[in-house]
Design a protein around this ligand. Structure first.
Ligand code: FE2
Length: 299
């Protein structure tokens, strides 16, 4: 009887030690990640999901998509109407934003960029409500490439949120984080003005044709131009791997995680970039004051 009791006690103690050990590991990792964001402002991850080929294919498709919409303004208008309808649907709340679709700011002074905000629900909404879009190869291939690209990043966002003990921020009926994929083309005339904070939980800089132009700073109460730097990458843009950077956005303030300010510096060349934004389902952003950001456009 006493032997059985002793065995039970040993099992109980071992289990207890394991629980303590696992808890410690988890807290240690969480502390490190929070510390990491505080010190550097970003976390670099080696992405083995997509390499150069996939992103260059995306940019080539984006070019065809842009050309189609710029030469067929009626389709651009139709896409805009689809977006307007989508942001009145229930699925809009899953993303807690109104940014979807095509933004042609190529003629807008001070912007000089063209971007597209893709999400799987917006894609599905278009396919089911606007079947005529399915007949346009430039639209179909661009959307399908976006779909393929965004797929693997759900896991990264879930893992990081879990490590920080924030897994509930993504709770929804869909059981995965809402992802907005932004594809952007900066024109050679683009001029950097002021850094910004992202209206996201996390932003993941997936790829760009010029990493050097992305400047960021860890969060500080007083920020100057000199605080912004281009992170030195451990991994490079290769056929089967890519260096991706994860930064916190403004939606984590209630957990004392501050956003990383960043800016794309001008380089007088065309620059393509892809970013995955993790949003927060059914979230109303709180009014928060963050540190003032310096002006880069000093004449
Ligand atoms: Fe940003």
């Amino acid at each position: 009887m006493s032997e059985l009791y002793n065995k039970c006690m040993i099992i109980q103690k071992t289990l207890f030690l394991w629980i303590i050990f696992l808890f410690d590991l988890k807290s240690l990792y969480s502390i490190n990640l929070v510390k990491h964001f505080k010190e550097l402002g970003y976390l670099e991850i080696c992405d083995k999901n997509h390499g150069t080929e996939k992103f260059d294919f995306l940019y080539a498709n984006f070019e065809k998509f842009i050309e189609f919409l710029q030469t067929n303004r009626a389709w651009e208008q139709k896409l805009y109407s689809a977006k307007e309808r989508f942001i009145r649907s229930k699925d809009r709340n899953y993303y807690s934003t109104d940014f979807f679709g095509f933004y042609d700011e190529s003629k807008k002074k001070g912007r000089d960029q063209i971007s597209f905000y893709y999400s799987i629900h917006f894609h599905e909404f278009i396919c089911s409500n606007y079947p005529e879009f399915n007949k346009i190869p430039e639209i179909v291939s661009f959307f399908e490439t976006c779909f393929e690209i965004q797929k693997p990043y759900r896991n990264i966002f879930t893992e990081v949120a879990t490590e920080l003990g924030l897994e509930t921020i993504f709770s929804s009926k869909y059981n995965h984080p809402p992802i907005l994929l932004k594809i952007i083309k900066y024109l050679p005339s683009y001029v950097a003005t002021s850094p910004h904070y992202d209206g996201t939980a996390f932003s993941l800089f997936l790829d760009s044709t010029d990493n050097q132009s992305l400047l960021l700073s860890s969060y500080k109460s007083l920020l100057t131009i000199n605080d912004f730097y281009s992170p030195i990458r451990k991994f490079s843009r290769l056929l089967n791997q890519n260096s991706i950077l994860l930064i916190p956005g403004i939606f984590l303030r209630e957990f004392s995680i501050y956003p990383t300010p960043h800016i794309v510096a001008q380089n007088d060349k065309t620059r393509y970039a892809t970013i995955a934004f993790a949003m927060r389902p059914n979230y109303t952003p709180q009014k928060n004051e963050f540190s003032l950001l310096p002006n880069f456009n000093i004449e």
